[in-house]
Design a protein around this ligand. Sequence first.
Ligand SMILES: [Zn+2]
Length: 370
Amino acid sequence: MSVFCTNCKRPYPEEGAPYRCPKCGGLFDLTPWDFDPAQVDRSKPGIWRYRHTFSGLPANFPAVSLGEGSTPLVWSTAFGRQIAFKCESLNPTGSFKDRGTTVIATFLHSRGVTEALEDSSGNAGASFAAYAARAGLKAGIYIPAAASGPKRKQIEFYGAQIHPIPGSRADVTRALEKAVGQDFILTAPAYASHAWLPFNLPGYATAAYEIYEQVGAAPSAVIVPAGQGGLWLGLARGFDALKRAGLVKSLPKIIGVQARACSPLWVLTTAGPSALGFVTEGQTLAEGVKVRNPLRAGTILEICDQGYGAFLPVDEADILRGRDELAKRGLYVEPTSALVWSALEQVVAQLPDPLAVVLTGSGYKYAAKA
Ligand SMILES: [Zn+2]
């Protein structure tokens, strides 16, 4: 198996579904996977046509799928240019998370897990609740007590149990980690963490394969909102796999966008690790990317150092303006997704065509406070 602990280098255990290394508590990651065009199975729907790239999954185990992927790429004029917008809100639960959750849920199912917990500000929780319902798993979702509105309702309708936790987003994760304990291999219920488990990364990478196929080439850059940076990393690794397969000549720059109120990846890549202590978890409409300590920051930083990635901050006042500009083009997104508009404005003049922007989540996910 190509899953290993980034700390002690031990392989992922043959049994159970630990979210951290049972020996040292380290973070699991995947070795680089290959993309083989001859193995793309066009008879399969959505992202499962790329199943050969889902390292860590047992062969032939039935997919826990709701039809994720194959989302539209819509070309629209912005800042005087034709820009490719990848509409991820067309996934089954209304966000890009489904590309990763379908793989994680399939993995957990293959390991005999019957009950699992997840923590989320909204989209990851809604996504996991849906795939747990699909697989017949019992799901519990830890969310900030202050979270309300459509995402919370969506989680409840899928039948998951809600655990509201007072305090910050980090407090929610701490409460869940306490609930699942330190015995990472025998834990029941399992922790289906979209941040700790690496199995969702090849799922996110399928957005790169689709963009490549829909554009007919690698874009010069892909602009995407980033919290933990899972989608960012999946895109970077997906295009890297396409390059190693000889399908694209050069790698696009993956530009992650954060709300200035909580922008650790931007701070890390511009001011260095010593400035990280000054990063706050401030209030922002972009709650989907409010992550104070991204777990894979080290790996993300390495890719930026090689010249294939960058991060940008967006001011709070520009978020809803971005949403409105996208809506004027028929593209209805939630505030977290709208970050990309201001980022596009900041860099569009410096980047050649074609240029791709990922719209991560639906506008239906957000209810403006009265
Ligand atoms: Zn380890």
